[in-house]
Every structure is written in C-alpha cells, then in structure tokens.
Design a protein around this ligand. Sequence first.
Ligand SMILES: O=P(O)(O)OC[C@H]1O[C@H](OP(=O)(O)OP(=O)(O)O)[C@H](O)[C@@H]1O
Ligand code: HPA
Length: 218
Amino acid sequence: MDPKKWIDVNSESFQYSLDHFVIPDHYEDALSSVLIPHGVIMDRVEKLAKLIVQESTGPLVVCCVLKGGHQFFADLVNYIKKNVTRGNKTVPLSLEFIKVKSYSNETSGDVKLSLTDEECKEFSGKNILIVEDIIDTGKTMVQLLAKLRKYNPESVKVASLLIKKTPLSNGYVPDYVGFAIPNAFVVGYALDYNEYFRDLDHICVINDHGKEKYAIKN
Ligand SMILES: O=P(O)(O)OC[C@H]1O[C@H](OP(=O)(O)OP(=O)(O)O)[C@H](O)[C@@H]1O
Ligand code: HPA
C-alpha cells in the first residue's frame, strides 16, 4: 500500500490523555496515553474491508495470525461480510488460523511458527489474505511469507492494522495498512505485553511502570 494512504499517527498530535477515555482500572497505572481510540480503529477497519473487497478477484482464504491479530481479524471479517452483502460484489470467504510467537517483554527472539505441512497444503492454489496486528521489525511476516510461498498459493496479500516506524524495520511493507505508529511499544485491541492488555479496547502506549510490573524476569 502506498504510504500516502496510511494514517500517519505521530506522537505530537495523537497522544490522548487517559482521562478522556474509559480505561479498565487494572491498567490505569501501566499506560502513558491513548494512541488510537477504539472508535477510530473501527472506522479505519471498515475502510480497509471496503478496499479489500474492491480489489479482490475471487474467493479469499482469510488467515488470522494469532494471538495478536484476532481482534482485527474478527472486525475485518465482519466488515468484509457487510460489504459483500451490500450487493457490491460477491467474495466468498474461508477462515484459517496460524499461531506465531517471538516476543518476550518488548524484544523479539526466534520466530516460532506453529504451522504443519498439512495446514500449509491447504493454501495451495488459493488467494490468501493474511491478517496481522502489527509489523514491527518485519521479521515475523517475512518468515511467514517465505514458508507459505513454498506451498504455491495463487496469491498472498497482507493486511496489518499497524506498521511501526522503527529503525529496526527490515523494510517489509504490507498490502493494506491501517495506521503507521511511532516507535513505542503499544498494547490493546489484542496487542499484548507478556499476555497482558489484550482485554483493553483502545491502542495505548505502555509506560515504564507497566513494563516493569508485567515484565517476565529470567
Ligand atoms: O514485526 P515483528 O517485529 O516480527 O513483530 C510483529 C509480531 O509480533 C507480535 O507477535 P508476538 O510474538 O508478540 O505473538 P502474539 O501475536 O501472540 O502476541 C505481533 O502479533 C506480530 O506477529
Ligand atoms: O509494539 C508492540 N506491541 C505489542 N506487540 C508487539 N509485537 C511487536 N511489536 C509490538
């Protein structure tokens, strides 16, 4: 996707005070600001769904990258279904789930793909749409795509809700992007820090106290 079409979230204009939104009490002390309110996320997901329907050429296998991608996936699929039933176009969907894990605290280690040969064979000859919550370094997506392409899908596109503007990026850019975000660790809308914060609706920036409170200590 052409970067001109992303919403560029910058730290100066987009850091809303926590006081302006409803934040679960158990997370108040661990967050510094709301970066993207839930309502804005939903409006953007609706637009991405519309673009995906407009640009798709046949049945789609929509593939959720667990765990962080599950909320974006659920909302995106709902909006795609609404677009389809509005009569603009028929895009039959089937749904697949892949589990990938690499992060502990705020750093990534080896990318662990839980994907068997049997599961990969399902993708052969199909149009795949991979749905991910965030492209940070890009390492996870580059490895996942390399594995899927070995099984000769007809096409593979990637929708990521977020892309992080980080010097650690490997340069990978998805086909559909919701928001480009500053180089900060974000949580909420299913994005986690050591499995916490997935139950927070807004996308927020975690603070130093939160990183310490929920850290995995080796
Ligand atoms: O671009 P990268 O630097 O590779 O980071 C992006 C990946 O990191 C997160 O997954 P994580 O390992 O935290 O697993 P999770 O989805 O279960 O939270 C996220 O969901 C992406 O898959
Ligand atoms: O900023 C992030 N937040 C949550 N999970 C992530 N995985 C990579 N980057 C992030």
